[in-house]
Every structure is written in structure tokens, then in C-alpha cells.
Design a protein around this ligand. Sequence first.
Ligand SMILES: [Zn+2]
Length: 134
Amino acid sequence: MKRINIKCPYCGSRAYLRPASVVYGDHTDDTGAKLYVCARYPVCDAYVAAHKDTLLPMGTLADRNLRRKRMEAHSALKRLVASGLMTRKQAYRWLQTQFGLPEPEAHIAKFSELRCQKVIDLCRAFSRAQARAA
Ligand SMILES: [Zn+2]
């Protein structure tokens, strides 16, 4: 497996692959989930989930505010899909088009707070436009 060096964008320390229980507590030990956690955690509260199969980071390290924003953006997208206006696949393709991003970059785990807010706004505007058209 390729070793990857990841730096924390907040404090510049290295991030290390660690069991998710380091952050979430022991009850998550059995899941085998892993996170890239800033070496200065918990002083620097930045981490990101790793893909289970490849162990590559799902996106960039995020602090509390960014994590909250990413969660909001995810739920906005989920609501859009749940409303039946788009499939999950269509929703991600739509995001790619909106931001002019190639597919590997069009993931909320890679987005900044600003871009996450844009996702939330776009989803709202899309739903509103659909409601008007109906
Ligand atoms: Zn850090």
C-alpha cells in the first residue's frame, strides 16, 4: 500500500491514520473504521474519514465548523434525492456541473465551508424552482 503524507491544513502538523475510536470513543472499535487525525489532536480538532478498502482519505481534514458544514451539505443533497427530483448519481453529476469540477473532486468531503454553503444554497434554489414549476 502506498504511504501517503497528509498535512493538517489548520496547524501544519502531520495527520496519521488512526482507529476511529480515538475520536469517537471505544464503542466504534468493532467497525474497523479509520480516520486521518491531526498529530496535535485533540488540541487541534481536525480529522477526516478514510475509505475502508483503500485507506485513502475521503477528503481534506476538517475542523468542527467544516465538519458541521459538510454534514449540512450532505443532508441538503440527501433531501434533494429523497424528494425524487434527482437520483444520487444525478445529484453528484449536477454538483460537478455547477462547480465545473471533475468527478473525483466533486465530493463534499473535499469541499470548503464556502463551497458547502453553496451546495446548500443550490439545493434550496433547485427545490424552490421545481416547486414553482409544478
Ligand atoms: Zn492540526
